[in-house]
Design a protein around this ligand. Structure first.
Ligand code: FES
Ligand SMILES: [Fe+2]
Length: 336
């Protein structure tokens, strides 16, 4: 029988998704100039006020829709590149250069700002009203851990396909054969889903990972292969966290962030926390994870369209348990 897949079943227009936080840029990407980001099909401008705080607002100027990110900053105020309307804190329009003295600024000239915060080295945007605070990661406050950020990339793949991939360990021996997956056991033991802590739901597992030369700085081991006790879990809607514990006591936490730009393109970045001795330079520690991410990108960009969320649309096996549960919860969330 022919299996019908509905590849047009979009998700980014589901209103509830607007009420969550999404990583859109690194904090240090917004300094002297405003930037433009796209989230859930909407364009936003983000700039930094003179007191260091961030403002996010729709990218189009309320006057003639010029892209505000092409403007410049004057004393922390954003000046539109087209006619110089100037926006201050809370997106308030404080100057319309063409207006005669004493003429009041129309109330609709003010920008309808969006919620924006900085956390974990990243800028997080919520276009609607946040339904919950951003999760807390205890390693962020633990002085024995250091945090390492890396660039925010654009991937030509649906964010849902990225989350599905990050929860899946059975692609390791194939997609990651060039990094840590070479020769890895393909069979996966029975998966038990559990709360990994208050924020992430997923599963724990052990793998024997290949430990090539390029991985040695990251794993802290000189062996050919290295045992890892891992966990992978999700936090709705689209965040995945993987944890790796080595026998040496070294822990390596990876936050994998998939932010929907539109139905089939996404921002991707990851954040690492590790309790090493802080001697290996951050760039060296992270280069192996970058190579792994690149392997995922190359595979995922071959998958076209939006991933069907309907539980019967794709064939699932035991090892897909975590992603099946994540898709069930996501469908419930977005379809109410
Ligand atoms: S379009 Fe921005 S000031 Fe006219
Ligand atoms: Fe992967």
């Amino acid at each position: 029988m022919e299996r019908k897949l509905n590849y047009t079943d979009g998700f980014v227009d589901k209103p509830v998704l607007r009420n969550y936080w999404y990583a859109v840029a690194l904090c240090d990407e917004v300094e002297l100039n405003p930037i433009s980001v796209k989230l859930l099909n909407e364009d936003f401008v983000i700039w930094r006020e003179s007191n260091g705080g961030l403002i996010a607002a729709p990218e189009r100027c309320p006057h003639r829709q010029a892209p505000l990110s092409h403007g410049h900053l004057e004393n922390g105020c954003l000046v539109c590149p087209y006619h110089g309307w100037t926006f201050s804190e809370f997106g308030k329009c404080v100057n319309i250069p063409s207006a005669a003295d004493g003429v009041p600024i129309p109330s609709r000239a003010h920008l309808d700002t969006a919620e924006v915060i900085e956390k974990y080295g990243l800028i997080w945007l919520c276009p609607g009203k946040p339904l919950k605070p951003l999760f807390e990661l205890e390693e962020e406050l633990d002085p024995s851990f250091r945090r390492i950020n890396t660039e925010v990339q654009k991937w030509e793949v649906a964010a849902t396909r990225m989350v599905d991939n990050f929860l899946d360990i059975t692609h390791f021996p194939y997609v990651h054969a060039g990094t840590f997956g070479a020769g890895q056991e393909t069979k996966v033991p029975n998966i038990t889903l559990e709360y990994l802590d208050g924020d992430f739901f997923g599963y724990r597992y052990d793998i024997l990972a290949a430990n090539p030369e390029e991985a040695k700085s990251t794993s802290g081991s000189n062996e050919e292969s290295v045992e890892r006790s891992m966990s992978s879990g999700f936090n709705l809607p689209l965040t995945v966290r993987s944890t790796i514990a080595y026998k040496s006591g070294l822990e390596h936490i990876i936050l994998l962030l998939s932010t929907p730009i539109d139905e089939t393109s996404s921002y991707f970045t990851f954040v690492i926390w590790r309790n090493d001795d802080f001697t290996v330079p951050a760039d060296e520690v992270i280069s192996f994870d970058r190579a792994i991410g690149e392997e995922d990108r190359v595979m995922l960009e071959k998958l076209s369209g939006v991933m069907p969320l309907d539980r019967t649309a794709l064939v699932n096996v035991q090892s897909d348990k975590a992603t099946v549960e994540w898709r069930r919860q996501l469908s419930e969330l977005i379809n109410g």
